[in-house]
Design a binder for this molecule. Structure first.
Ligand SMILES: Cc1ncc(COP(=O)(O)O)c(C=O)c1O
Length: 380
């Protein structure tokens, strides 16, 4: 350990140059993107600040309150009593939501769709929960009928997804929330990806409520570091009732606050500042134009894929397309050798593309050209 300043700089730059760069537009397998410049600039100003010790970070604490207020407004939280926190991402938000539900109910079962992100598998393991997996319908959404069979007196929480990781599917959230409410059980919505897409995705998306406007939805995860245009790491958890956090509060005697309610000790103030800058810098207009752009590019990719003989696994509702393919990993590997990052889904066996704001008409066209060559080798 220990090298000269020049050598150190060089090594860091070399490592940086080995990492993929969103700005080249060749990443179609990630849910992150090139963040808004104002968000990056804001994050840089807060790299030494720790919101985990809020007495030393009153400015960050105030920004966090503003972020939470703006997002409660966007996601239709109630006027009084709601709350939220800026966290490190969807994983932390999902674990925290289930942690609160388990402690408040002292029950162990979680009803969740088979499409749930693997962060829930971690939460289940860490919290000693028992999953009751709900199968999906042919559009990748949780089957309501099966959710009805899974819920019962031992249920601690129901989980619904607004924008599933693999297919971008949105569960029947109003019906699931009604079911959860009828059993007196909290419903957590994972909108880590969809939260910054659905509000601007047009009338079809707007007609299916997914957020705190739905009675029975008690918490919602949404990630600024995905479609929210903030740099990593930045997640948000919103709760209908601020007191829900009481069940996970622990004493924090050596810090400036007597109690702490989150999973982490040290918290990146940079996530708060970046999220604030992204939200306020882009505003509704910025997000709407971003979403319109990626949905147009998704339509271009869908049409191009169909022209190559591919069929989508489900009709896309947001900027994720999964094309059915019997050997997606072979195509993925072939594309990787040509400098493209694409991903695959195991069930249904598909090639998956996430069309993020760093994509352009040009990069989608170039991707389709190489995809055409790949498909001659590996037909769907
Ligand atoms: C729907 C959904 N939830 C949660 C997560 C986990 O988020 P993170 O990677 O920020 O922890 C993801 C990640 O892709 C996701 O797509």
């Amino acid at each position: 350990m220990g090298i000269g300043a020049r050598a150190l700089r060089q090594r860091v730059r070399t490592a940086e140059s080995e990492d993929w760069d969103f700005s080249e537009g060749r990443i179609f397998g990630s849910m992150c993107t090139q963040p808004a410049p104002a968000a990056v600039a804001a994050a840089r100003r807060f790299v030494t600040s720790n919101l985990g010790n809020p007495g030393l970070a009153p400015g960050t604490a105030r920004l966090e309150e503003e972020v939470v207020a703006v997002l409660l407004d966007l996601f239709h939280g109630p006027a009084f009593g709601a709350g939220g926190w800026v966290l490190s991402g969807g994983t932390e938000a999902n674990i925290t939501a289930l942690w609160m539900a388990r402690n408040a109910s002292r029950k162990r079962e979680v009803v969740l769709p088979e499409s749930a992100h693997f962060s829930f598998v971690k939460a289940i393991d860490l919290l000693g929960l028992e999953p009751r997996w709900v199968p999906l319908d042919d559009q990748g959404r949780a089957s309501l009928e099966d959710a009805r069979k899974a819920i019962g007196p031992r249920t601690a929480a129901v989980v619904a997804i607004a924008g599933s990781t693999e297919l971008g599917a949105v569960d029947p959230i109003p019906a699931l929330a009604e079911l959860a409410r009828a059993h007196g059980v909290p419903l957590h919505v994972d909108a880590a990806f969809g939260g910054f897409v659905l509000p601007w995705a047009g009338p079809a998306a707007a007609s299916v409520p997914f957020d705190l406007a739905v009675p029975g939805v008690t918490s919602l995860a949404v990630d600024p570091h995905k479609m929210g245009m903030a740099p990593v790491p930045a997640g948000v958890l919103l709760v209908r009732h601020r007191e829900m956090a009481r069940s996970i509060a622990v004493a924090s005697p050596y810090l400036s606050s007597p109690q702490t309610t989150g999973l982490l000790g040290t918290r990146a103030s940079s996530a708060v500042a970046a999220t604030y800058a992204a939200l306020m810098g882009l505003g509704h207009r910025g997000y709407a134009s971003n979403v319109r752009r990626v949905l147009d590019l998704t339509a271009q990719l869908l049409a191009g894929g169909r022209a190559l003989g591919l069929r989508p696994a489900v009709e896309p509702t947001m900027n994720i397309v999964a094309f059915l393919h019997r050997n997606p990993v072979a195509v993925q590997t072939w594309m990787l050798e040509r400098g493209w990052d694409v991903s695959s889904v195991s069930a249904p066996s598909s090639l998956r593309f996430v069309v993020m704001p760093h994509a352009t008409r040009g990069t989608v066209a170039a991707l389709l050209r190489d995809l055409g060559s790949a498909l001659r080798r590996f037909p769907p």
